[in-house]
Design a protein around this ligand. Structure first.
Ligand code: GLN
Length: 198
């Protein structure tokens, strides 16, 4: 069984732990460098990206995490986690840090007030039926670099066509929260990425 950490500084940690355990991983909490060093993959949960960014610095995890990502650590970020994994973030605080796990520009709180939280079904690359996607003050992806695979886009409405899931190498990010729906396929996909990377 792969050991997969959930970054447990802030956010919906418990939901990711439960989803990973259902997918056959040993899910562990990561709050310190020694815990980070012991995992085969890491989930960055939904929550508040600027708060998590501050806590990464306060817990001396920012540089160790950047180093592990550079070395190819598989990672999956949902919502705030997607923001943290971006290489560029729009509409964030000037002192917020990010990890550049995926070459992409992400706009924080992108959907605006009218639709700032909503659910929809969307097609997801590699899955044969649509995924139920829950968006909560979510980001979207405005630019992806070469080598980044677009996994999902908003199917309709004012944000139609916006990228909401992407992958580069062993790093996966979604604007939405697969950990809250009971549909485990995105977590299964990530556990599979971690297994293959081991
Ligand atoms: N709006 C949050 C942020 O900027 C993300 C929301 C979420 O993770 N549900 O970090």
């Amino acid at each position: 069984r792969p050991t997969i950490g959930v970054l447990a500084l802030q956010g919906d940690v418990r939901e990711h732990v439960a989803a990973l355990a259902h997918c056959g991983a040993d899910a562990v909490l990561v709050r310190r460098e020694s815990e980070l060093a012991a995992v085969d993959g890491l989930v960055l949960p939904g929550g508040e990206s600027t708060a998590i960014s501050k806590l990464l610095q306060a817990f001396d995890l920012l540089e160790p995490l950047r180093a592990r990502l550079r070395d190819g650590l598989p990672a999956f970020g949902s919502c705030a986690g997607m923001i943290l994994l971006a290489s560029e973030v729009l509409d964030t605080r000037p002192d917020a840090q990010h990890l550049s796990g995926i070459d992409m520009t992400v706009r924080r709180n992108a959907f605006g007030r009218q639709v700032d939280s909503f659910e929809t079904d969307l097609d997801f690359a590699g899955l044969d039926t649509p995924v139920r996607a829950v968006f909560i003050r979510a980001p979207w992806v405005e630019r992806v670099g070469d080598g980044v695979e677009v996994l999902a886009r908003v199917p309709h409405g004012p944000a139609q066509g916006r990228i909401v899931a992407a992958r580069q190498g062993n790093v996966v990010a979604t604007s939405f929260h697969p950990e809250v729906t009971g549909d485990l396929r995105v977590h299964e996909l990530f556990v599979d990425v971690v297994r293959k990377a081991r």
